[in-house]
Design a protein around this ligand. Sequence first.
Ligand SMILES: [Zn+2]
Length: 286
Amino acid sequence: MESKEIEIVRFYNQEAYFNYVEKSIQERLVFEKFLAKKNINNKKFEFLGFCQVCAEATSFIIDWQYSGGNVPNYRERLVCEKCNLNNRQRFLLNLINHFIKKMNEKVTIYLYEQITDFYLVFSKYFNKNKIIGSEYLGFDILPGTMINNIRHEDATQLSFDNESLDIIISQDVYEHVPDYIKSFEETFRVLKINGKLVFSIPFYSKEFNTKQRAKLSDNKIEYLLPEQYHGNPVSEKGSLVFWDFSWDILDLLKKIGFKESYILGYYSSFYGYLGNGLQLIFVAEK
Ligand SMILES: [Zn+2]
């Protein structure tokens, strides 16, 4: 992580974030648009750089998947031709590597995903540690149950003992959990002291208060805003979005008991971490 080739900033509040954004991202956005314009007629193209996961120079492949067509979705693309991980996955793995080095012993890491390619690469990369993955398989299954080698967990009632995990990783899960506050409380319960929750969520930086899109009452879904779904490896229809998250979740995490909660902003052309002039990931420390 400590490298001159990457910019990493911690944000504890909205004001600091907008001060930074106003000053620092304009040139990056111009560059990202230029790169897109130059390649608008290419189905896919290469961006040369250095992969922190492979620890090698590589080609990051960019195409137009998940984009509006004018600018690629740099966050979800920039796929390393060697390890096959995209931009945000490579950064996440590297961040965890950095955290583990500081912990200096064999650690237990839990991810709310198990049948993904990321989980495979991740568990191989950290094979000296205990890696646990799970999927949500249904409301009528006991948390911790294995079905065809897939572990079921419910984010609002994890089967883990108190203070048993060092790191919890969640990639775009909490916006789908009707009672996300309960799931944050659960992460706090099962993390060891000094343990870390590292997560990504769709984030509405211009708002302050988290907005509810749908709610669950008596097992019935009530839509407060137009329905929105995200891809889900265990469901064809995808997962319904219940929440549009904003800055108030940092306060919520502190209220639950985490000693620190912040957003890490990061950017590096060299390591292939482009997109929106700044990429974001969330960290809470117990
Ligand atoms: Zn790689």
